[in-house]
Design a protein around this ligand. Structure first.
Ligand SMILES: Nc1ncnc2c1ncn2[C@@H]1O[C@H](COP(=O)(O)OP(=O)(O)OP(=O)(O)O)[C@@H](O)[C@H]1O
Ligand SMILES: [Mg+2]
Length: 413
């Protein structure tokens, strides 16, 4: 089938997609190279088809998504890739879509930011039988990423992402709310998550942080914009890529993310769980995306004693341990530890309705572990402040004066 890859109403390139696999078989005419997905390169006018195909296939629901096999059975489909073309590849996280050849449909008529969408696919992915006899595939759920069960819903006119937890503890929705509370207290730009219940199962709800004018570009995609040599760390590479895109102020956002992830012992801040936002029309880089997806933290899949011991906590995306990663933080002076007073009681309230999923001992362990980490962080921040403000490290000589004085001497040679 022939399509045009679109960026809002901007035609990007004509494509041939394989009907059986949805793969990009061929890239035909290229119209606006600068509007290609970030990280897809063009050499001598030829688009890197493999890179474009991998971007396109990554748009489909991952095969690892909880409950996806059952959903595919009820949809009578062999792969989630086949859902991509059924809704023109439209998403609520960016502005790309595919227009069937010969169609004159416009962005304003199809995008999910301003047009309603069907709940059918969401129902099925959420584990509910669809109420409709004939299914409508017109849904942003066909292009949603991530492991956890999730669906988009329009709540009071706002596009919201609903996300479940994983058994047995179903802790991720609670963790999202706790992470939101930490961010709010420390003034870290974040997506606010709330806790809800459906059929006695907890889930989190957050608003879409993308507007019809913006889009999320994951750190992974940002890092495809330049070659990384083996001697450059992932952290440095990411900052180099941002610098090359002429985006400043990212170090501060990364400092904030590392500090939050240390506090909540986040184990899954992979390169698709943070990123940048750009203007989809002007392609101007606007800054770091607010913090989202912080649920795989606070020992979400561990036993209570393991939460208490604090051992075996994985770390991503830059270093293997949170302690090493914390050493990358350039400045801790912004952390207002006073703002964390009362966090314990707030977490107690957040966890109180967890009932059978998180027993009292587990709830206490979660609170103790975050308190301990906050104390350790405070000690570290204090020592950082002291080392950066030691009298011994003050400038001893007035360099400018010395330089002037040494001027004539240098001229002697
Ligand atoms: N509020 C939001 N607004 C717009 N896009 C979002 C929002 N939240 C998440 N996304 C997009 O949806 C993707 C999946 O969401 P999320 O990362 O929260 O799911 P997850 O199942 O927890 O992922 P993981 O597999 O990393 O655990 C994100 O990578 C991001 O691209
Ligand atoms: Mg994620």
């Amino acid at each position: 089938m022939q399509y045009t890859l679109m960026h809002k109403d901007m035609p990007v390139a004509d494509l041939v997609l394989d009907e059986a696999t949805s793969a990009v078989q061929k890239v035909c005419d290229l119209y606006y190279a600068e509007h290609l997905p970030v990280g897809v390169s063009v050499k001598r006018g030829v688009v890197d088809r493999a890179a474009l195909n991998s971007w396109w296939i990554d748009r489909s629901i991952p095969a690892s998504r909880s409950g996806v096999q059952k959903a595919l059975e009820s949809l009578k489909l062999s792969s989630t890739r086949l859902l991509l073309t059924k809704s023109m590849g439209l998403s609520l996280s960016d502005q790309y879509w595919i227009k069937p050849q010969g169609s004159d449909v416009r962005w304003s008529q199809v995008n999910f930011f301003s047009n309603d969408f069907s709940e059918d696919i969401g129902d099925i992915l959420w584990g509910k039988a669809s109420k409709e006899e004939t299914l409508s595939f017109h849904s942003p759920d066909n292009t949603s990423d991530g492991f956890l069960k999730k669906r988009w819903k329009i709540i009071n006119g706002a596009r919201c992402l609903l996300k479940a937890g994983s058994p047995p503890f179903m802790q991720q929705p609670f963790n999202e709310v706790i992470a939101s509370a930490v961010c709010r207290r420390l003034d870290i730009p974040h997506v606010p998550y709330q806790l809800c219940w459906d059929d006695e199962l907890p889930y989190s709800v957050c608003p879409d942080f993308i507007t019809p004018d913006t889009e999320l570009v994951s750190a992974w995609r940002v890092m495809q914009t330049r070659k990384k040599d083996n001697s450059t760390s992932v952290y440095r590479h990411f900052l180099n890529c941002c610098e090359a895109l002429r985006l400043s102020g990212i170090t501060c956002a990364i400092d904030q993310m590392i500090v939050l992830d240390y506090l909540i012992a986040n184990e899954d801040r992979h390169q698709n769980n943070f990123g940048l936002i750009r203007d989809a029309d002007t392609l101007e880089w606007l800054g770091a995306a607010p913090i989202f997806d912080s649920g795989s933290s606070l020992g979400y899949d561990k036993l209570t004693n393991q939460i208490l011991s604090g051992k075996g906590v994985e770390c991503k995306p830059f270093k293997k341990t949170h302690e090493e990663q914390l050493a990358l933080v350039t400045d801790m002076s912004w952390i207002n530890f006073d703002a964390l007073h009362g966090l314990e009681d707030e977490i107690k309230e957040i966890l109180a309705p967890a009932g059978e999923y998180l027993d009292q001992a587990r709830q206490n362990a979660i609170i103790v572990s975050i308190q301990r980490r906050a104390e350790q962080l405070q000690e570290l921040a204090l020592s950082q402040r002291q080392t950066t403000d030691l009298a011994e490290s003050d400038v001893v000589e007035d360099v400018a004066e010395n330089y002037q004085r040494s001027g004539p001497t240098m001229n002697m040679f």
